[in-house]
Every structure is written in C-alpha cells, then in structure tokens.
Design a protein around this ligand. Structure first.
Ligand SMILES: [Ca+2]
Ligand SMILES: [Ca+2]
Ligand SMILES: [Ca+2]
Length: 266
C-alpha cells in the first residue's frame, strides 16, 4: 500500500506510536541486519537519529536484528522471525499537505506558516485580493513543519470577507460591518462557496473544510495574464508561474512562496 515500517525519529513521534500500540508489541523499522550492532532505518539503511531502548537493550550479538516496540514505547531488538504485528508509516505526501497548483497547472509544495497572497489582480490599482492563512498541522515535528490552509480573506474594492473555519465575517474596509454586495458566501454541508465579480469575471472559491482544501476557478478571459500570487499569472504557460511580487523569477518553490507573505492581519 506504499507504507513502510514506522520510523520514530523524535520523542513526540515515539509517544504517538506507543499510544497506537495498545496492549501489544509491534515491529518498527529499526534494524542492525546489515551492520551488526549499528542500527539503521530499514527503509534506506541510514543510521538512526533517535532511540528509546529498554534498559539493557539492545542485547546485541544474540541473533537479534529487528526491533519491536513495547507497550510503554521502549524498544527491544528481537529475532526477526518472531511473529507479531507491525506499525506502518505513510509519507505525508499521501494526505493533506498544501500541495498547491497554479491557474496554469504548475504543482508544487509550499509549507508556510503565516498569511500569503493566494492570487490578486496584479494591475497597479488592484481591484481584488485573496489571502490565505497557513498553520502547522498537529503532526508537525521540529525538523519537519507541515501546514494546511485554515482561513482566507477576500477583499474586493472596499468590501471584504474573512472565512475562518465556519466563521464568516463580511464588512467594509471603512470599519462598519455590513451586508456584502459584490462578495457572496454560502455554506453547504461544511463546504463554503464564495463568489465575487470583477470586470465581468466571476471568481468562485470552494473551500472544503474537512480537507482544508481550497479550489479557485474563474470564467472569461479578461484576467488572462493579469493575476499574480501563489497561483501564478494565469497566462496559460505553467513554466513562468514562479514570479515574485517584483516580477523577478523565484529560484525555487520556497523562495516563491515566501515572497508572497503578507503582514499578519488582526
Ligand atoms: Ca543484532
Ligand atoms: Ca533484545
Ligand atoms: Ca503562467
């Protein structure tokens, strides 16, 4: 199924796996099969960076080359032929990272932790802007931050709408809260559909809360090549999408993503 024996690399990961184990012991992906007494990850044979051996383990040199996790989360090297269950791990790419895709179809991964311009009218006098907020996910670790989109804000002229989970706030930039005119928002079965119109172009944002996934479509051709932000310039060419606010080309996805960071909103 594309998984592999679990590789707890931090105390946090190890504790979580131990909680999954319940009353059984399970194989994890740590072995010294290839180099007696030097334990490595079974998947790529790289040396382990964290361990949690039980007292007086690993027993080494006794024909024990595979590793089991006890109920309390500590490890024991054990004969690989023993029968027990296994804890498997799946790489994050399989579920829910912010894999972004530009209007022109360029896919990339960017893990920001702030507000970023998703797309906007790139003219000198910008008519609208959509910003999104990324936050770390619960399964982040110090060495690998994973994020998801948790909120977004749409500004059209002096009107704005902030979608924060299922909380919807609309108003005018002048301050007073008021019914929206060019932005319409509706909620359907924990999906939020937001529409706004500019220059005879209707933009539709569909926010699937369960997956923290946001999709954007628009009609017409007026904004062809006139957008910018994390979703690129919408000119039909995927290769030129990593443009920074100053118009220069970013050197990679992180450089591109960070260049579209905006000041934190209150
Ligand atoms: Ca051994
Ligand atoms: Ca042992
Ligand atoms: Ca493009």
């Amino acid at each position: 199924m594309g998984g592999f024996l679990a590789e707890p690399r931090t105390k946090t990961e190890n504790d979580k796996i131990a909680n999954l184990c319940g009353k059984e012991t399970y194989w994890i992906g740590i072995t010294d099969l290839n180099h007696e007494d030097t334990f490595t990850y079974a998947r790529d044979d790289s040396t382990i960076i964290y361990s949690n051996w039980s007292p007086s383990e690993p027993s080494i040199s006794l024909g024990e080359h595979c590793t089991q996790m006890y109920v309390d989360g500590t490890w024991n090297d054990q004969n690989c032929n023993d029968h027990m269950g296994a804890i498997c791990q799946f790489d994050a790419g399989c579920h829910g990272d912010p894999h972004l895709k530009t209007f022109d179809g360029r896919a990339y991964t960017f893990q920001g932790t702030c507000w970023y311009t998703l797309f906007k009218d790139c003219a000198d006098k910008s008519r609208f802007e959509v910003t999104t907020k990324f936050e770390p996910r619960e399964d982040s670790s110090p060495d690998q931050v994973r994020t998801r989109i948790v909120a977004f804000k749409v500004t059209v002229g002096d009107e704005y709408s902030i979608i924060d989970g299922l909380d919807i706030t609309t108003g005018r930039t002048g301050g007073q809260k008021t019914a929206a005119r060019v932005i319409t928002v509706k909620e359907e079965d924990k999906n939020i559909i937001l529409n706004f119109t500019s220059k005879n172009t209707t933009f539709t944002l569909k926010w699937t809360l369960r997956k923290h996934a946001l999709s954007v479509t628009y009609d017409g051709s007026f904004y062809h090549g006139k957008l910018c932000g994390l979703m690129g310039n919408a000119d039909g060419v995927a290769a030129n999408d990593f443009q920074k606010p100053d118009g220069s080309d970013a050197k990679d996805a992180d450089d591109f993503g960070e260049s579209w960071k905006v000041n934190e909103m209150k």
